[in-house]
Write a protein that binds this ligand. Structure first.
Ligand SMILES: Cc1cc2nc3c(=O)[nH]c(=O)nc-3n(C[C@H](O)[C@H](O)[C@H](O)COP(=O)(O)OP(=O)(O)OC[C@H]3O[C@@H](n4cnc5c(N)ncnc54)[C@H](O)[C@@H]3O)c2cc1C
Length: 586
């Protein structure tokens, strides 16, 4: 049955042709499939009956809207854009001639977009770890979310495969812990460190938690697909395949995005808030932050089969030369190996230099239990590389837009902290947005959300600083003071008790406190100096000790400076910390 009333209204919008067909549940069929691929169906569905409508006068103090899955299913309304106004300079139709729900405050007639949204609260660019978790979180809070993801097929990557227990706790807080189920994920209970034939085990301090709480390791693509599925299962989250090409900006406010579908069609999508989660290679962050990206090294990834780790269900870190080598399980039969190669250039895979490097330089440092499987994996040839990037968060607060995930902030992946930071940020943002019903006052919202940058700091900056500092300490160096620091770190962690529990609590995200990080870092340095001076403090040893302390300072202070000393250690002194939701300020 065609809903003639709505069809008539929309045809009055110049340049926009919408076909609206009312169908009953289960019988929706595409009129024209404008998207290359939709995650769960090929036609976009707006379940209008289920979606709460925006009131004529927004009441920002209203409670978050909850979708009501138990209510009887309404008729579905499928909206498909056949063509869209391309020229943004074309004068807009008068408000009365536009469909009410898509008429903006300026009277501009906003088209329903690619898949046919008429009213979206949040556009999310990218459905990786951050984007899909965010989509589910905001969708669960009743927001109408439009996710645009470049490729909705299962990713096959060497990143984001070990979720720290702190990240798992955040996943529980977001109600998404089932996303690590049915993907053959492995529980991780801690780390084992190896150096010069010695090893030590560092267990996560999980005693205080439920037995289910631990780290999880898995195939990143399987985890992401589970999160995408979960987000797309919400009636008010629409996931669409498309590549966002630019942000739509008007007078300094981001109004939405331009995006392209696989078949080359271009669309514009509008929403009061656009959250960019397009990952480490983000093309869109440039106008939203000051991206100072550092690439200290690359990881070379391979998968080992038919072998057992020396410590089952533990991450393994070899303090190798020139830099660390990691092993951890990613399924019940596979072990991921990541070999760190310093610098931005890695030996060529195609001409065999990489295989030679792995066999001659790396293999001799691999624990004997894993040696044969390592050589077999190199011979199999499925080698992958990925640059290890770090980038402190340096946002330009911009009305209408936010950055999240790796697009916003990156750290060396040695400690597997990226997903934990992303999930923790989502919890902070969710809590800030919860009291707000209406997101349309972009500049007020932007000012309010400045508190996000401070509230996230204790967790994010601790994990970031630890990753950067540990990478430097764990890497081999010809400098004797640096070698002493590396050995002191291994021995300090081997002491057990508070000496291992403190640092592993920081790394795992279970107790991410900046002050504790600095204390443990300098405790390692002092421990190193003490060993040099006792029993006989020769002048040479005193000199090495002094250089050890100055080297340790040179490692940690620049990272802390980049993170922001005040935000990291004294967040309560930052005015933005106290921002209250806009409606409460009025
Ligand atoms: C080698 C390596 C190993 C790592 N290992 C770990 C680990 O073990 N544990 C851990 O916690 N972290 C790890 N990390 C970090 C972790 O992978 C990231 O922090 C995490 O993936 C960030 O999630 P994200 O959603 O921001 O980005 P991603 O997961 O990369 O998602 C970005 C998404 O955006 C999409 N996209 C990009 N551009 C566009 C566009 N223009 N339009 C539409 N969509 C777009 C992409 O297709 C992708 O799906 C590792 C990183 C590296 C480099």
């Amino acid at each position: 049955m065609i809903n003639l009333g709505i069809l008539f209204d929309i045809k009055l919008c110049r340049g926009v042709q919408l076909c609206i067909v009312r169908v009953s549940k289960g019988s929706e069929r595409p009129i024209k499939n404008v998207q290359t691929k939709s995650f769960s169906s090929s036609v976009e569905q707006l379940k209008l009956g289920k979606l709460p409508r925006r009131p004529a006068k927004p009441n920002r103090e209203e409670k978050p809207r909850e979708p009501t899955p138990s209510s009887p299913p309404p008729p579905y309304l499928s909206v498909v854009v056949i063509s869209e106004r391309k020229n943004r300079n074309v004068p807009s139709e008068a408000p009365s001639q536009c469909m009410k729900s898509i008429t903006t405050a300026t009277g501009e007639c906003r088209s329903a977009t690619g898949g046919g949204d008429v009213d979206v609260d949040v556009i999310i660019v990218g459905a990786g770890v951050a984007g899909s978790a965010l989509a589910h979180t905001l969708g669960k809070d009743g927001r109408r979310v439009h996710v645009i993801e470049r490729d909705l097929t299962e990713p096959d990557r060497i990143v984001g495969e070990l979720l720290q227990p702190g990240g798992y706790l955040k996943l529980i807080e977001l109600g998404m812990e089932d996303c690590v189920q049915e993907i053959d994920a492995q529980q991780v209970f801690g780390y084992a460190l190896f150096k010069d034939g010695k090893n030590t085990r560092l267990s996560y301090p999980l005693e205080k938690f439920h037995s289910d709480v631990s780290g999880r390791s898995f195939h990143n693509g399987r985890f992401i697909q589970r999160m995408r599925e979960k987000a797309a299962s919400l009636p008010n989250v629409r996931m669409e395949q498309g590549t966002v090409t630019s942000l739509l900006e008007e007078n300094g406010t981001i109004k939405g995005v331009h995006y392209k579908t696989k078949d080359g069609q271009e669309f514009a999508a509008y929403a009061p808030l656009t959250i960019v989660c397009d990952g480490c290679f983000s093309n869109l962050r440039r106008s939203l932050c000051n991206p100072k990206v550092d690439v200290p090294s690359c990881f070379v990834g391979l998968i080992l089969e038919n072998c057992e780790l020396p410590y089952a269900n533990h991450g393994h870190v070899i303090l190798g030369d020139p830099s660390p080598i990691l092993f951890y399980p990613i399924s019940s039969t596979e072990i991921r190996c990541l070999v760190d190669v310093p610098g931005q250039k890695v030996p060529s895979i195609s001409n065999g230099e990489m295989a030679k490097y792995l066999k001659t330089v790396v293999a001799p440092q691999v624990p004997p239990e894993l040696y044969d499987a390592f050589i077999a994996a190199v011979n199999k040839g499925n080698l992958r590389t990925m640059p290890n990037r770090s980038m402190p968060a340096a946002p330009y607060p911009t009305p209408g837009a936010l950055l999240m995930g790796d697009a916003f902030n990156m750290r060396h992946p040695l400690t597997g902290g990226g997903m934990t930071v992303a999930l923790s940020d989502i919890v902070v943002l969710r809590n800030l947005l919860r009291p707000l019903r209406d997101l349309h006052d972009a500049s007020t919202l932007c000012k309010y959300l400045e508190s996000f940058y401070t509230l996230r700091k204790p967790v994010a900056s601790t994990i970031n600083t630890l990753a950067g500092a540990l990478y430097k300490v764990f890497s081999a160096s010809p400098d004797q003071a640096r070698s002493e620091m590396r050995q002191a770190c291994f021995d300090y962690l081997s002491l057990g008790g508070v000496f291992s529990e403190g640092p592993i609590s920081l790394l795992s995200g279970l107790n991410p406190r900046p002050l504790s990080l600095v204390l443990h870092f300098f405790a390692v340095a002092i421990y190193g100096v003490g060993r040099l001076l006792i029993p006989f403090p020769s002048p040479n040893r005193v000199w090495i000790g002094a250089r050890l302390i100055s080297g340790a300072s040179a490692i940690i202070f620049p990272i802390i400076k980049a993170e922001g000393v005040r935000q990291m250690f004294f967040p309560a002194t930052v005015p933005a910390y106290y921002r209250t939701p806009p409606s409460k300020q009025e």
